[in-house]
Design a protein around this ligand. Structure first.
Ligand SMILES: Cc1cc2nc3c(=O)[nH]c(=O)nc-3n(C[C@H](O)[C@H](O)[C@H](O)COP(=O)(O)OP(=O)(O)OC[C@H]3O[C@@H](n4cnc5c(N)ncnc54)[C@H](O)[C@@H]3O)c2cc1C
Length: 477
Protein backbone atom coordinates (compact mmCIF):
# COMPACT_ATOMS: atom_id res chain seq x y z
CA UNK A 1 0.00 0.00 0.00
CA UNK A 2 1.44 3.37 -1.10
CA UNK A 3 1.59 6.13 1.51
CA UNK A 4 3.06 9.55 0.73
CA UNK A 5 4.19 12.00 3.42
CA UNK A 6 3.00 15.32 1.98
CA UNK A 7 4.80 17.34 4.65
CA UNK A 8 8.08 15.71 3.70
CA UNK A 9 7.55 16.69 0.05
CA UNK A 10 6.63 20.24 1.05
CA UNK A 11 9.87 20.46 3.02
CA UNK A 12 11.79 19.58 -0.16
CA UNK A 13 10.12 21.76 -2.82
CA UNK A 14 8.08 24.25 -0.77
CA UNK A 15 4.35 24.19 0.01
CA UNK A 16 3.47 26.09 -3.18
CA UNK A 17 4.99 23.31 -5.32
CA UNK A 18 3.00 20.40 -3.91
CA UNK A 19 -0.53 19.48 -4.95
CA UNK A 20 -2.60 16.98 -2.96
CA UNK A 21 -6.16 18.25 -3.41
CA UNK A 22 -8.32 15.50 -5.04
CA UNK A 23 -9.42 17.85 -7.85
CA UNK A 24 -5.78 18.56 -8.78
CA UNK A 25 -4.88 14.90 -8.46
CA UNK A 26 -7.74 13.97 -10.80
CA UNK A 27 -6.35 16.30 -13.47
CA UNK A 28 -2.91 14.77 -13.06
CA UNK A 29 -4.42 11.28 -13.33
CA UNK A 30 -4.70 11.31 -17.10
CA UNK A 31 -2.81 12.25 -20.25
CA UNK A 32 -3.97 12.45 -23.88
CA UNK A 33 -5.01 8.79 -23.83
CA UNK A 34 -8.21 7.24 -22.52
CA UNK A 35 -6.57 5.89 -19.34
CA UNK A 36 -7.01 7.34 -15.84
CA UNK A 37 -5.66 6.64 -12.31
CA UNK A 38 -5.18 8.86 -9.25
CA UNK A 39 -1.71 9.83 -7.94
CA UNK A 40 -1.18 10.50 -4.21
CA UNK A 41 0.66 13.79 -4.77
CA UNK A 42 2.11 16.08 -7.41
CA UNK A 43 5.53 17.67 -6.88
CA UNK A 44 6.93 20.50 -9.02
CA UNK A 45 10.71 20.46 -8.52
CA UNK A 46 12.59 23.68 -9.31
CA UNK A 47 16.10 22.23 -9.60
CA UNK A 48 18.16 19.04 -9.77
CA UNK A 49 18.85 18.95 -6.02
CA UNK A 50 15.11 18.87 -5.31
CA UNK A 51 14.64 16.02 -7.81
CA UNK A 52 17.43 14.13 -6.04
CA UNK A 53 15.86 14.66 -2.60
CA UNK A 54 12.43 13.47 -3.83
CA UNK A 55 13.95 10.37 -5.38
CA UNK A 56 15.92 9.54 -2.21
CA UNK A 57 12.71 9.77 -0.19
CA UNK A 58 10.59 7.82 -2.71
CA UNK A 59 13.22 5.10 -3.08
CA UNK A 60 13.55 4.60 0.67
CA UNK A 61 9.74 4.22 0.97
CA UNK A 62 9.29 2.38 -2.38
CA UNK A 63 6.83 5.02 -3.64
CA UNK A 64 6.16 5.12 -7.43
CA UNK A 65 7.38 8.30 -9.17
CA UNK A 66 6.12 9.29 -12.63
CA UNK A 67 8.09 12.03 -14.41
CA UNK A 68 5.77 14.18 -16.50
CA UNK A 69 6.09 17.01 -19.02
CA UNK A 70 2.89 18.33 -20.64
CA UNK A 71 1.13 14.92 -20.62
CA UNK A 72 0.47 15.05 -24.36
CA UNK A 73 1.34 11.37 -24.77
CA UNK A 74 -1.45 9.26 -26.22
CA UNK A 75 -0.91 5.80 -24.72
CA UNK A 76 -1.17 6.28 -20.94
CA UNK A 77 2.57 6.77 -20.32
CA UNK A 78 2.06 9.29 -17.50
CA UNK A 79 -1.01 7.69 -15.92
CA UNK A 80 -0.01 6.63 -12.37
CA UNK A 81 -1.41 3.09 -12.41
CA UNK A 82 -0.06 2.36 -8.90
CA UNK A 83 -0.54 5.89 -7.55
CA UNK A 84 2.52 7.62 -6.08
CA UNK A 85 4.13 10.96 -6.91
CA UNK A 86 3.77 12.76 -10.24
CA UNK A 87 6.94 14.75 -10.86
CA UNK A 88 5.81 17.71 -12.96
CA UNK A 89 9.05 18.84 -14.64
CA UNK A 90 7.67 21.92 -16.41
CA UNK A 91 9.17 24.46 -13.98
CA UNK A 92 12.67 23.29 -14.89
CA UNK A 93 12.45 25.12 -18.20
CA UNK A 94 15.63 27.16 -18.64
CA UNK A 95 17.64 27.20 -21.85
CA UNK A 96 21.07 26.93 -20.27
CA UNK A 97 23.33 27.46 -23.30
CA UNK A 98 23.13 28.00 -27.05
CA UNK A 99 26.54 27.27 -28.48
CA UNK A 100 26.61 27.94 -32.25
CA UNK A 101 30.37 27.44 -32.39
CA UNK A 102 30.15 23.84 -31.22
CA UNK A 103 26.70 23.18 -32.69
CA UNK A 104 24.70 22.30 -29.60
CA UNK A 105 22.37 23.71 -26.96
CA UNK A 106 21.85 22.65 -23.34
CA UNK A 107 18.36 22.79 -21.89
CA UNK A 108 16.37 21.77 -18.85
CA UNK A 109 13.70 19.11 -19.51
CA UNK A 110 10.67 21.38 -19.12
CA UNK A 111 11.59 23.60 -22.09
CA UNK A 112 8.76 23.49 -24.65
CA UNK A 113 9.80 22.54 -28.20
CA UNK A 114 8.37 25.71 -29.83
CA UNK A 115 10.10 27.92 -27.22
CA UNK A 116 13.42 26.26 -27.97
CA UNK A 117 12.97 26.75 -31.69
CA UNK A 118 12.02 30.41 -31.16
CA UNK A 119 15.24 30.88 -29.17
CA UNK A 120 17.34 29.10 -31.82
CA UNK A 121 15.91 31.02 -34.81
CA UNK A 122 18.13 34.13 -34.47
CA UNK A 123 21.13 31.80 -34.78
CA UNK A 124 19.79 30.48 -38.12
CA UNK A 125 19.35 26.94 -36.77
CA UNK A 126 16.54 24.67 -35.61
CA UNK A 127 15.99 21.60 -33.44
CA UNK A 128 14.26 19.27 -35.90
CA UNK A 129 12.39 16.36 -34.20
CA UNK A 130 9.39 18.69 -33.53
CA UNK A 131 6.20 16.63 -33.14
CA UNK A 132 2.82 18.03 -34.21
CA UNK A 133 2.28 18.78 -30.50
CA UNK A 134 5.32 21.11 -30.37
CA UNK A 135 3.27 23.95 -28.89
CA UNK A 136 3.17 22.00 -25.58
CA UNK A 137 5.61 19.06 -25.86
CA UNK A 138 8.61 19.39 -23.53
CA UNK A 139 12.12 18.30 -24.40
CA UNK A 140 12.09 15.79 -21.49
CA UNK A 141 8.87 14.24 -22.80
CA UNK A 142 10.17 14.19 -26.37
CA UNK A 143 13.37 12.41 -25.38
CA UNK A 144 11.65 9.89 -23.08
CA UNK A 145 9.12 9.17 -25.84
CA UNK A 146 11.59 9.38 -28.77
CA UNK A 147 9.32 11.89 -30.48
CA UNK A 148 9.52 12.63 -34.18
CA UNK A 149 7.53 14.70 -36.63
CA UNK A 150 6.85 15.66 -40.19
CA UNK A 151 10.48 16.56 -40.94
CA UNK A 152 11.97 13.44 -39.33
CA UNK A 153 12.13 11.83 -42.78
CA UNK A 154 15.14 14.08 -43.46
CA UNK A 155 16.31 15.24 -40.04
CA UNK A 156 15.62 12.30 -37.73
CA UNK A 157 13.83 11.78 -34.43
CA UNK A 158 14.75 12.85 -30.87
CA UNK A 159 17.12 9.84 -30.89
CA UNK A 160 19.21 11.56 -33.57
CA UNK A 161 19.32 14.97 -31.85
CA UNK A 162 20.36 13.98 -28.32
CA UNK A 163 24.09 14.16 -27.65
CA UNK A 164 24.03 13.88 -23.85
CA UNK A 165 21.70 13.87 -20.86
CA UNK A 166 22.08 14.52 -17.17
CA UNK A 167 19.88 12.22 -15.13
CA UNK A 168 18.78 11.62 -11.56
CA UNK A 169 18.63 7.91 -10.84
CA UNK A 170 15.93 6.14 -8.79
CA UNK A 171 18.17 6.28 -5.69
CA UNK A 172 18.84 10.03 -6.10
CA UNK A 173 22.35 9.77 -7.61
CA UNK A 174 23.02 12.22 -10.46
CA UNK A 175 25.02 11.21 -13.57
CA UNK A 176 26.02 12.80 -16.88
CA UNK A 177 25.63 10.38 -19.81
CA UNK A 178 26.97 10.87 -23.34
CA UNK A 179 29.24 13.67 -24.60
CA UNK A 180 28.75 17.11 -26.16
CA UNK A 181 30.73 16.08 -29.23
CA UNK A 182 29.18 14.89 -32.53
CA UNK A 183 30.94 11.55 -32.27
CA UNK A 184 31.69 9.47 -29.19
CA UNK A 185 32.81 5.84 -29.02
CA UNK A 186 33.59 5.51 -25.36
CA UNK A 187 31.74 2.48 -24.05
CA UNK A 188 28.04 1.79 -23.84
CA UNK A 189 25.95 4.77 -25.06
CA UNK A 190 23.89 4.95 -21.85
CA UNK A 191 22.32 8.27 -22.88
CA UNK A 192 20.59 6.41 -25.72
CA UNK A 193 18.88 4.11 -23.21
CA UNK A 194 16.94 7.09 -21.90
CA UNK A 195 15.50 7.75 -25.36
CA UNK A 196 12.13 6.01 -25.53
CA UNK A 197 12.44 4.86 -21.90
CA UNK A 198 9.04 6.47 -21.09
CA UNK A 199 10.15 7.60 -17.63
CA UNK A 200 10.98 4.08 -16.45
CA UNK A 201 14.77 4.36 -16.06
CA UNK A 202 15.76 7.78 -14.66
CA UNK A 203 14.68 11.43 -14.48
CA UNK A 204 16.19 13.63 -17.22
CA UNK A 205 17.23 16.95 -15.63
CA UNK A 206 19.28 18.34 -18.53
CA UNK A 207 19.81 17.54 -22.21
CA UNK A 208 22.45 18.52 -24.77
CA UNK A 209 20.91 18.66 -28.23
CA UNK A 210 22.35 19.18 -31.67
CA UNK A 211 20.69 21.52 -34.13
CA UNK A 212 20.82 22.04 -37.92
CA UNK A 213 20.80 25.11 -40.21
CA UNK A 214 17.40 26.47 -41.25
CA UNK A 215 17.13 25.96 -45.02
CA UNK A 216 16.67 29.15 -47.08
CA UNK A 217 14.06 27.56 -49.36
CA UNK A 218 11.14 25.24 -48.79
CA UNK A 219 8.92 23.96 -51.59
CA UNK A 220 5.65 22.09 -50.94
CA UNK A 221 4.03 19.84 -53.56
CA UNK A 222 0.85 17.78 -53.71
CA UNK A 223 -0.29 14.83 -55.86
CA UNK A 224 -3.62 13.01 -55.92
CA UNK A 225 -4.32 9.30 -56.49
CA UNK A 226 -7.43 7.29 -57.31
CA UNK A 227 -5.93 4.20 -55.69
CA UNK A 228 -4.40 4.19 -52.21
CA UNK A 229 -2.00 1.43 -53.23
CA UNK A 230 -0.64 3.62 -56.08
CA UNK A 231 0.24 6.30 -53.51
CA UNK A 232 1.91 3.59 -51.39
CA UNK A 233 4.03 2.44 -54.35
CA UNK A 234 4.97 6.06 -55.09
CA UNK A 235 6.17 6.51 -51.47
CA UNK A 236 8.32 3.40 -51.77
CA UNK A 237 9.90 4.56 -55.04
CA UNK A 238 10.45 8.13 -53.80
CA UNK A 239 12.32 6.83 -50.78
CA UNK A 240 14.42 4.33 -52.73
CA UNK A 241 15.31 6.67 -55.62
CA UNK A 242 17.76 8.95 -53.83
CA UNK A 243 15.09 11.60 -53.25
CA UNK A 244 15.56 13.57 -50.03
CA UNK A 245 12.17 14.97 -49.04
CA UNK A 246 12.00 17.07 -45.88
CA UNK A 247 8.36 15.92 -45.54
CA UNK A 248 6.39 13.16 -47.21
CA UNK A 249 2.87 12.68 -45.89
CA UNK A 250 -0.06 10.48 -46.89
CA UNK A 251 -3.74 11.16 -46.25
CA UNK A 252 -6.44 8.72 -47.32
CA UNK A 253 -10.03 9.31 -48.44
CA UNK A 254 -11.51 9.04 -44.94
CA UNK A 255 -9.06 11.62 -43.64
CA UNK A 256 -9.75 13.90 -46.63
CA UNK A 257 -13.53 13.70 -46.09
CA UNK A 258 -13.08 14.45 -42.38
CA UNK A 259 -10.78 17.43 -43.06
CA UNK A 260 -13.26 18.79 -45.62
CA UNK A 261 -16.17 18.47 -43.18
CA UNK A 262 -14.28 20.07 -40.29
CA UNK A 263 -12.46 22.81 -42.17
CA UNK A 264 -14.43 23.24 -45.42
CA UNK A 265 -11.23 22.87 -47.42
CA UNK A 266 -12.78 21.59 -50.62
CA UNK A 267 -10.04 18.99 -51.14
CA UNK A 268 -10.79 16.49 -53.94
CA UNK A 269 -12.19 13.37 -52.27
CA UNK A 270 -9.84 10.97 -54.02
CA UNK A 271 -8.46 7.72 -52.56
CA UNK A 272 -5.20 9.32 -51.41
CA UNK A 273 -3.18 12.53 -51.41
CA UNK A 274 0.59 12.74 -51.07
CA UNK A 275 2.18 15.90 -49.69
CA UNK A 276 5.85 16.47 -50.36
CA UNK A 277 8.30 19.09 -49.17
CA UNK A 278 11.85 19.60 -50.40
CA UNK A 279 14.21 22.11 -48.76
CA UNK A 280 17.69 23.47 -49.33
CA UNK A 281 19.84 26.58 -49.62
CA UNK A 282 19.53 27.05 -53.41
CA UNK A 283 16.83 26.44 -56.04
CA UNK A 284 19.22 24.29 -58.09
CA UNK A 285 19.06 21.72 -55.27
CA UNK A 286 15.34 21.96 -54.46
CA UNK A 287 13.87 22.04 -58.00
CA UNK A 288 15.21 18.63 -59.08
CA UNK A 289 13.77 17.05 -55.90
CA UNK A 290 10.32 18.44 -56.74
CA UNK A 291 10.61 17.29 -60.37
CA UNK A 292 11.59 13.81 -59.24
CA UNK A 293 8.58 13.72 -56.88
CA UNK A 294 6.26 14.69 -59.73
CA UNK A 295 7.62 12.18 -62.22
CA UNK A 296 7.48 9.29 -59.72
CA UNK A 297 3.91 10.20 -58.74
CA UNK A 298 2.90 10.37 -62.43
CA UNK A 299 4.48 6.98 -63.05
CA UNK A 300 2.18 5.60 -60.33
CA UNK A 301 -0.94 7.29 -61.77
CA UNK A 302 -0.72 10.40 -59.60
CA UNK A 303 -2.39 13.53 -61.01
CA UNK A 304 -3.40 17.09 -60.09
CA UNK A 305 0.19 17.96 -59.22
CA UNK A 306 0.90 21.50 -57.91
CA UNK A 307 3.70 23.04 -55.90
CA UNK A 308 4.82 26.34 -54.38
CA UNK A 309 7.76 28.02 -52.66
CA UNK A 310 5.50 30.76 -51.24
CA UNK A 311 4.77 30.54 -47.52
CA UNK A 312 1.05 31.32 -47.88
CA UNK A 313 0.57 28.81 -50.69
CA UNK A 314 2.51 26.17 -48.78
CA UNK A 315 0.20 26.70 -45.79
CA UNK A 316 -2.84 26.29 -48.08
CA UNK A 317 -1.50 23.04 -49.55
CA UNK A 318 -0.66 21.79 -46.05
CA UNK A 319 -3.99 22.76 -44.44
CA UNK A 320 -5.64 19.35 -44.88
CA UNK A 321 -2.82 17.63 -43.04
CA UNK A 322 -2.24 20.21 -40.33
CA UNK A 323 -5.86 20.08 -39.12
CA UNK A 324 -6.26 16.36 -39.59
CA UNK A 325 -6.06 15.02 -36.05
CA UNK A 326 -8.93 17.06 -34.57
CA UNK A 327 -10.89 16.78 -37.85
CA UNK A 328 -11.24 13.00 -37.67
CA UNK A 329 -14.03 13.12 -35.11
CA UNK A 330 -16.08 15.07 -37.70
CA UNK A 331 -16.08 12.22 -40.24
CA UNK A 332 -19.36 10.92 -38.84
CA UNK A 333 -20.88 12.51 -35.74
CA UNK A 334 -22.00 9.10 -34.40
CA UNK A 335 -18.44 7.84 -34.36
CA UNK A 336 -15.65 8.76 -31.94
CA UNK A 337 -12.02 8.80 -33.08
CA UNK A 338 -10.02 6.36 -30.93
CA UNK A 339 -6.24 5.92 -30.81
CA UNK A 340 -6.31 2.16 -30.39
CA UNK A 341 -3.60 1.22 -32.89
CA UNK A 342 -2.37 4.52 -34.08
CA UNK A 343 1.23 4.81 -35.19
CA UNK A 344 2.89 1.70 -36.54
CA UNK A 345 6.06 1.89 -38.66
CA UNK A 346 6.63 -0.36 -41.68
CA UNK A 347 9.39 -0.66 -44.29
CA UNK A 348 8.84 1.65 -47.31
CA UNK A 349 8.26 -1.30 -49.61
CA UNK A 350 5.31 -2.39 -47.43
CA UNK A 351 3.51 0.97 -47.34
CA UNK A 352 1.02 0.15 -50.10
CA UNK A 353 0.24 -3.28 -48.69
CA UNK A 354 -0.18 -1.87 -45.16
CA UNK A 355 -2.53 0.92 -46.21
CA UNK A 356 -4.67 -1.58 -48.14
CA UNK A 357 -4.55 -4.06 -45.26
CA UNK A 358 -5.85 -1.46 -42.79
CA UNK A 359 -8.90 -0.82 -44.98
CA UNK A 360 -9.45 -4.49 -45.74
CA UNK A 361 -9.38 -5.40 -42.02
CA UNK A 362 -11.63 -2.44 -41.15
CA UNK A 363 -14.21 -3.41 -43.81
CA UNK A 364 -14.22 -7.05 -42.74
CA UNK A 365 -14.86 -6.07 -39.11
CA UNK A 366 -17.51 -3.46 -39.98
CA UNK A 367 -15.32 -0.58 -38.78
CA UNK A 368 -14.19 2.76 -40.21
CA UNK A 369 -10.41 3.18 -40.17
CA UNK A 370 -8.18 5.79 -41.69
CA UNK A 371 -4.58 5.50 -42.91
CA UNK A 372 -2.34 8.58 -42.94
CA UNK A 373 0.97 9.77 -41.54
CA UNK A 374 4.63 10.66 -41.96
CA UNK A 375 5.03 7.98 -44.61
CA UNK A 376 8.45 9.12 -45.73
CA UNK A 377 9.66 8.05 -42.29
CA UNK A 378 7.77 4.76 -42.53
CA UNK A 379 5.10 5.91 -40.06
CA UNK A 380 1.55 4.77 -40.71
CA UNK A 381 -1.07 6.36 -38.48
CA UNK A 382 -4.52 4.87 -38.09
CA UNK A 383 -7.57 5.84 -36.08
CA UNK A 384 -10.62 3.67 -35.53
CA UNK A 385 -13.78 5.75 -35.85
CA UNK A 386 -16.36 3.83 -33.83
CA UNK A 387 -19.53 3.95 -31.76
CA UNK A 388 -18.03 3.55 -28.30
CA UNK A 389 -21.47 2.69 -26.81
CA UNK A 390 -21.73 -0.37 -29.00
CA UNK A 391 -20.26 -3.43 -27.27
CA UNK A 392 -19.88 -5.27 -30.59
CA UNK A 393 -17.72 -2.43 -32.02
CA UNK A 394 -15.27 -2.89 -29.14
CA UNK A 395 -15.05 -6.59 -29.89
CA UNK A 396 -14.53 -5.80 -33.58
CA UNK A 397 -11.89 -3.17 -32.74
CA UNK A 398 -10.03 -5.60 -30.49
CA UNK A 399 -9.89 -8.21 -33.26
CA UNK A 400 -8.97 -5.64 -35.94
CA UNK A 401 -6.16 -4.12 -33.91
CA UNK A 402 -4.68 -7.54 -33.11
CA UNK A 403 -4.76 -8.45 -36.81
CA UNK A 404 -3.16 -5.18 -37.87
CA UNK A 405 -0.35 -5.47 -35.32
CA UNK A 406 0.28 -9.07 -36.40
CA UNK A 407 0.41 -7.95 -40.02
CA UNK A 408 2.78 -5.06 -39.25
CA UNK A 409 5.10 -7.38 -37.35
CA UNK A 410 4.95 -9.99 -40.13
CA UNK A 411 6.24 -7.47 -42.70
CA UNK A 412 9.12 -6.34 -40.49
CA UNK A 413 7.39 -3.30 -39.01
CA UNK A 414 7.12 -2.18 -35.40
CA UNK A 415 4.33 -1.40 -32.92
CA UNK A 416 5.05 2.31 -32.46
CA UNK A 417 6.78 4.79 -34.75
CA UNK A 418 6.54 7.78 -32.42
CA UNK A 419 3.72 7.76 -29.86
CA UNK A 420 5.34 5.09 -27.68
CA UNK A 421 3.88 2.14 -25.78
CA UNK A 422 2.61 3.16 -22.33
CA UNK A 423 -0.43 1.08 -21.42
CA UNK A 424 -2.41 0.97 -24.69
CA UNK A 425 0.18 -0.84 -26.78
CA UNK A 426 1.88 -2.97 -24.13
CA UNK A 427 0.31 -6.22 -25.35
CA UNK A 428 1.49 -5.77 -28.95
CA UNK A 429 4.90 -4.52 -27.77
CA UNK A 430 5.39 -7.59 -25.56
CA UNK A 431 4.51 -9.85 -28.47
CA UNK A 432 6.91 -8.04 -30.80
CA UNK A 433 9.80 -7.93 -28.31
CA UNK A 434 9.16 -11.32 -26.65
CA UNK A 435 12.81 -12.39 -27.08
CA UNK A 436 14.27 -9.36 -25.32
CA UNK A 437 11.74 -8.61 -22.56
CA UNK A 438 13.93 -10.23 -19.90
CA UNK A 439 16.95 -8.25 -21.09
CA UNK A 440 14.88 -5.06 -20.83
CA UNK A 441 13.71 -6.04 -17.33
CA UNK A 442 17.36 -6.63 -16.32
CA UNK A 443 18.29 -3.13 -17.58
CA UNK A 444 15.31 -1.66 -15.71
CA UNK A 445 16.47 -3.46 -12.53
CA UNK A 446 20.01 -2.10 -12.87
CA UNK A 447 18.66 1.46 -13.10
CA UNK A 448 15.75 1.11 -10.69
CA UNK A 449 16.05 -1.95 -8.38
CA UNK A 450 12.87 -1.09 -6.42
CA UNK A 451 10.77 -0.57 -9.58
CA UNK A 452 9.56 2.87 -8.48
CA UNK A 453 10.03 4.74 -11.78
CA UNK A 454 6.79 4.73 -13.79
CA UNK A 455 5.94 1.10 -12.94
CA UNK A 456 3.41 -0.92 -14.97
CA UNK A 457 4.42 0.44 -18.40
CA UNK A 458 6.21 -0.91 -21.50
CA UNK A 459 7.21 -4.57 -20.82
CA UNK A 460 5.19 -4.49 -17.57
CA UNK A 461 2.07 -2.98 -19.17
CA UNK A 462 -1.32 -4.74 -19.31
CA UNK A 463 -2.23 -7.49 -21.79
CA UNK A 464 -5.95 -6.75 -21.98
CA UNK A 465 -5.71 -3.10 -22.93
CA UNK A 466 -8.98 -2.93 -24.86
CA UNK A 467 -11.14 -3.95 -21.89
CA UNK A 468 -9.40 -1.36 -19.77
CA UNK A 469 -9.89 1.31 -22.43
CA UNK A 470 -13.53 0.35 -22.92
CA UNK A 471 -14.18 0.65 -19.19
CA UNK A 472 -12.72 4.14 -19.19
CA UNK A 473 -14.86 5.23 -22.14
CA UNK A 474 -17.99 3.93 -20.48
CA UNK A 475 -17.32 5.44 -17.07
CA UNK A 476 -16.44 8.83 -18.58
CA UNK A 477 -19.85 9.19 -20.25
C1 LIG B 1 -2.41 16.40 -31.03
C2 LIG B 1 -1.16 15.60 -30.75
C3 LIG B 1 -0.22 15.45 -31.76
C4 LIG B 1 0.93 14.70 -31.52
N1 LIG B 1 1.84 14.59 -32.53
C5 LIG B 1 2.96 13.89 -32.32
C6 LIG B 1 3.93 13.78 -33.36
O1 LIG B 1 3.80 14.32 -34.46
N2 LIG B 1 5.04 13.06 -33.10
C7 LIG B 1 5.26 12.46 -31.88
O2 LIG B 1 6.31 11.85 -31.70
N3 LIG B 1 4.36 12.55 -30.89
C8 LIG B 1 3.23 13.26 -31.06
N4 LIG B 1 2.33 13.35 -30.04
C9 LIG B 1 2.61 12.69 -28.76
C10 LIG B 1 3.34 13.58 -27.71
O3 LIG B 1 2.92 14.93 -27.86
C11 LIG B 1 4.87 13.55 -27.82
O4 LIG B 1 5.36 12.26 -27.57
C12 LIG B 1 5.59 14.53 -26.87
O5 LIG B 1 6.96 14.43 -27.06
C13 LIG B 1 5.31 14.32 -25.38
O6 LIG B 1 5.84 15.43 -24.67
P1 LIG B 1 5.24 15.86 -23.25
O7 LIG B 1 6.01 16.99 -22.71
O8 LIG B 1 3.78 16.06 -23.34
O9 LIG B 1 5.58 14.56 -22.38
P2 LIG B 1 4.62 13.73 -21.44
O10 LIG B 1 3.43 13.30 -22.20
O11 LIG B 1 4.39 14.44 -20.17
O12 LIG B 1 5.57 12.47 -21.15
C14 LIG B 1 6.01 11.63 -22.17
C15 LIG B 1 6.88 10.51 -21.58
O13 LIG B 1 8.10 11.09 -21.14
C16 LIG B 1 8.34 10.83 -19.76
N5 LIG B 1 9.00 12.02 -19.25
C17 LIG B 1 8.58 13.31 -19.31
N6 LIG B 1 9.50 14.13 -18.79
C18 LIG B 1 10.54 13.35 -18.38
C19 LIG B 1 11.80 13.61 -17.75
N7 LIG B 1 12.18 14.84 -17.44
N8 LIG B 1 12.59 12.56 -17.47
C20 LIG B 1 12.21 11.29 -17.78
N9 LIG B 1 11.06 11.00 -18.37
C21 LIG B 1 10.23 12.01 -18.67
C22 LIG B 1 6.97 10.55 -19.18
O14 LIG B 1 7.06 9.73 -18.03
C23 LIG B 1 6.29 9.84 -20.34
O15 LIG B 1 6.61 8.48 -20.35
C24 LIG B 1 1.15 14.08 -30.24
C25 LIG B 1 0.20 14.25 -29.24
C26 LIG B 1 -0.95 14.99 -29.48
C27 LIG B 1 -1.93 15.13 -28.36
Amino acid sequence: MVSVNIEKLKAIVGEQNILSDPADLYIYGSDSSVHQAMPHAVARPQNTEQVQAIMRYANSEKIPVIPRGSASVMCGQVVPVYGGIILDMRDMNRILEINPEDGYCRVEPGVVDDDLNRALKPYGVFYPPTPASSVVATIGGEIANNASGTRSVKYGAARDAVLAVKVVMANGDCFSLGANTRVAASGYPLEKLLIGSEGTLAIIVEATLRFVPIPKLRCMGIAKFNLLSDAGHAISEIMSSGCQPSMLELIDRIAIVAANKAEKLGLPEVDAILLFEADGMVKEVVDPEVQKFQSICEKHNGFGFEYSYEEKERARIWAGRSKLFPSLSKYDERLASTSLADDMAVPFSKMAETADKIHEVADRHGLVMTAYGHCGAGCMHTKILMDTDDESQWEAAKAAVAEIYDFVQSVGGTTSAEHGIGLSKAAAFKKEKAETLELMRAIKKAFDPNNILNPGKLMDGPDDWVSETQLRYQTSK
